[in-house]
Design a protein around this ligand. Structure first.
Ligand code: PMP
Length: 391
């Protein structure tokens, strides 16, 4: 079969990606997502997963998923509005609303779906959307899809955000931000943003993907950490990170959820989550509520890793989050660093543009409550060795 002209263009683009050291590839894990994973027959310490509490292979979650499979089967068969709305979906939504202290919640199939689904439903050409420059790609794509007027403010710069708000003609205003930034691990100034939203009559949407289960006294997220319950209109979060499963949610007032059920295309036009995943997520929320020691263990591990990297001379903040960027700068060097770590038994993937701005390629190190201290100290030793080789 002859190849269409189109292929030659794709091939040229791929070559150009390779020349810039930006070609992406995947490693294959042949074990559970534990703190140590099996790759190519070797046991490797995993330092780049978002499974922050080690729940992805927790026996109680697995057990509940299996029980749900036995009762409900594997697939949901249709979208929620057709025949795919099953008991576990609604029970999970009730649990999320209770956990997040909101009137209501709606489950989406992933965080990506949730962000594009929420923003594209509520914003349109008459809306001004203010977005932090380091917001997650799914937020950016949601804004693009909505065709709203986008105003990007400098990272965490609330005075720039205020200047923009002052100048707006639009009456429909949305401020949207990650609460914990996915590639930097720093925390948005939510209190100031909530004040701005109130002062300028804007809606505030917060993406708690990396904060749910991690931040706040009860693991409810950054909204809890800052005492902002009732002042954030839309709390979006994911079920695939600290909760260890898959899926996402929007939590907020009943009005908002009813609106999303009626208008959000990524909610309406997709087969709903397998019910067993909803059951596993319910168990994750229960464990997060009842086992603060999971968060304590995570906190200790965050400190060990941040202190250890800082002692090697890397610039590391003391943000209380498990996402710890080690900025290398150059993409090629970042990938060499990652590859030498891998050879020595530590898996940290390199993060390059366009995921992060040019010149800021990095190792995005993440820790989990399930890492033992020995694993962390061993990893630090290996990172130190590779750092001296590459210096
Ligand atoms: N928001 C943020 C801040 C994220 O980091 C991610 C995932 N990396 C998402 C949304 C998307 O979530 P999901 O992986 O469930 O699609």
């Amino acid at each position: 079969m002859s190849k269409p002209y189109f292929y030659s263009i794709l091939s040229q683009e791929l070559s150009s990606i390779k020349e810039k050291d930006l070609f992406r590839f995947m490693r294959t894990i042949r074990s559970t997502q534990g703190p140590v994973v099996n790759i190519d027959g070797r046991d490797i310490i995993l330092l780049c997963s978002n499974n922050y509490l080690g729940l992805a292979n927790h026996p109680e979650l697995m057990n509940d998923a299996i029980k749900a499979i036995n009762r409900y089967g594997v697939g949901s068969g249709a979208s929620r509005l057709i025949s795919g709305n099953m008991g576990p979906h609604e029970q999970l939504e009730q649990d999320i609303a209770d956990f997040k202290q909101t009137e209501s919640a709606l489950v989406f199939n992933s965080g990506y779906h949730a962000n594009i689904g929420i923003i594209s439903a509520i914003a349109n050409t008459d809306t001004a959307v203010l977005s932090d420059e380091l917001n997650h790609a799914s937020i950016i794509d949601g804004i693009r899809l909505s065709k709203a007027n986008i105003f990007i403010y400098r990272h965490m710069d609330t005075s720039m955000a205020e200047d923009i708000l002052k100048s707006l003609e639009q009456k429909k205003k949305l401020i949207v931000t990650d609460s914990v930034f996915s590639m930097d691990g720093d925390i948005a100034p939510l209190k100031e943003l909530a004040e701005l939203a109130e002062r300028y009559d804007a809606l505030l949407m917060v993406d708690e993907a990396h904060a749910t289960g991690v931040l706040g006294k009860h693991g409810k997220g950054a909204v809890e950490l800052f005492g902002l319950s009732g002042r954030v209109h839309i709390q979006m979060g994911t079920l695939g990170k600290a909760l260890g499963v898959f899926g996402a949610y929007a939590a907020g007032d009943r009005l908002l959820i009813d609106y999303l059920i009626n208008k959000s295309r990524p909610f309406i036009f997709t087969t709903s989550l397998p019910p067993a995943l909803c059951s596993a997520s319910r168990k994750a929320i229960e464990l997060i509520r009842n086992h603060p020691e999971l968060r304590e263990a995570l906190k200790e591990n965050i400190k060990i890793m941040r202190d250890g990297l800082r002692n090697m001379g890397f610039e590391i903040s003391d943000a209380p989050t498990p996402i710890i960027p080690v900025i290398i700068g150059d993409s090629k060097k970042t990938m060499e660093f990652s590859s030498l770590l891998f050879d020595r038994g530590v898996f940290v993937s390199g993060i390059r543009p366009p995921t992060v701005p040019p010149g800021t390629s990095r190792l995005r190190i993440t820790v989990s409550a399930s890492h033992t201290k020995e694993m962390l100290y061993k990893s630090l030793d290996i990172i130190n060795t590779v750092n001296s080789i590459l210096r």
